[in-house]
Design a protein around this ligand. Structure first.
Ligand SMILES: O=C(O)CCC(=O)C(=O)O
Length: 363
């Protein structure tokens, strides 16, 4: 297909084909708008290195056994340093993980008119959005995102085709238990006892996104998702075995030098968990959100399914009083999570720049 003569916007966005549709149409050249400036590209010259120490691997079942203290320590250290870790024995069966990836692939494999019904503006509910990043940062990715309010709303509005709704609900329920347990450990380390009444503060706004990263005629020119940190408290990620996610090292140490980018190879059956900005703010900087990005795959499309845990939109995020007392000063000012989110979305993907919105700079 010749995209010099037909309108790219119409094809990708209006007709619901997405980036996947471009590739399926036999595209042979990356359209100019998708060519990333050199500093945004993800390749060896931009220092992404696959030869690194593996991320911490946490056996979640150890939290209920004699290794409990050691597992807690590893978890806390991972959150304080590299900000990303793998978890095994997490309670999500291999079967559900496979179902989840299949559901994502099947959803995006549907004809555009089936996906188009969930596009912003026409979707039956603002809880569900099918989209692509045309016009913002021109990332080489399509997505379907589902916000969780209640089971009732999920049954009413989430897509029931391709088993999406059932399997995402299963994923979300298990992930919620896992996230709560992780937050309990991390908060206990800060001297705060987490109870159910704090769910709104730490996980009041939850969503699952299905991402597809198609191949591209020249994967070095395009970017799956640009440099960003997640906004909330925790993210739990299911990914297939293609790989392509890289993270920025926070501090000199076993994972590399501060500022270096390292690739995170997938571990079959493991979930990948990372800290988000809100937890960095709440912990007064003890726990680190982490800049990450995804390159375009070379030979086969990749799917990933992050489950994002965020504070409720009307929750005021700010450093915990107990931690501030200990540290002597607050590093961040309070703000409504909704305002933080709106500010970050308005900026597009710019590393960890969104945190400047709440950072207190010393006079
Ligand atoms: O696909 C991935 O590995 C990461 C996805 C991600 O960073 C996001 O959806 O915000």
């Amino acid at each position: 297909m010749d995209f010099d003569t037909i309108n790219l916007f119409d094809f990708v966005v209006k007709e619901g084909n997405g980036v996947k549709g471009l590739i399926d149409s036999g595209l042979s050249k990356v359209p100019d708008v998708y060519i990333q400036p050199v500093h945004q590209r993800i390749n060896k010259t931009n220092n992404v290195d696959a030869q690194i120490a593996p991320l911490p691997l946490i056996d979640f079942s150890g939290l209920d056994g004699p290794e409990h203290d050691q597992v807690e320590k590893t978890l806390v250290k991972a959150a304080e340093t590299v900000g990303f870790f793998h978890v095994v024995n997490h309670g999500l069966t291999v079967h559900v993980i496979e179902e989840l990836k299949d559901a994502a692939r099947q959803f995006f494999n549907q004809p555009p008119e089936k996906k188009l019904v969930y596009q912003k503006g026409v979707s039956p509910s603002p809880l569900v959005t099918y989209g692509t990043s045309f016009g913002h940062s021109f990332e080489w990715r399509d997505y379907l995102s589902m916000i969780y309010n209640s089971d009732d709303d999920a049954y009413k509005y989430w897509p029931d085709q391709c088993n999406c709704r059932e399997v995402v609900l299963k994923y979300m329920k298990t992930s919620t238990k896992m996230a709560r347990r992780i937050l309990e450990v991390l908060m206990k380390n800060l001297g705060v006892e987490l109870d159910d009444s704090m769910d709104e503060t730490y996980m009041g706004f939850m969503l699952v996104t299905m991402n597809i990263y198609p191949t591209s005629p020249d994967p070095e020119l395009t970017v799956g998702i640009g440099k960003h940190s997640d906004l909330g408290t925790l993210t739990i990620l299911v990914q297939d075995d293609i790989g392509g996610l890289s993270i920025k090292v926070q501090e000199d140490g076993e994972f590399g030098k501060k500022g270096e980018w390292i690739e995170v190879p997938p571990i079959p059956g493991a979930l990948l968990i990372n800290i988000g900005d809100a937890l960095q703010v709440i912990s007064n900087g003890k726990y680190q959100s982490v800049e990450h990005q995804v390159r375009t795959p070379n030979t086969q499309s990749r799917v990933s399914v992050p489950c994002f845990f965020n504070p409720g939109l009307m929750v005021k995020i700010g450093p915990l009083r107990k931690v501030v007392e200990k540290d002597g000063k607050a590093k961040y000012k309070e703000c409504l999570f909704q305002d933080y989110k709106n500010h970050a979305f308005g900026q597009g993907h710019q590393g960890k720049k969104s945190l400047d919105f709440v950072k207190i700079t010393s006079p």
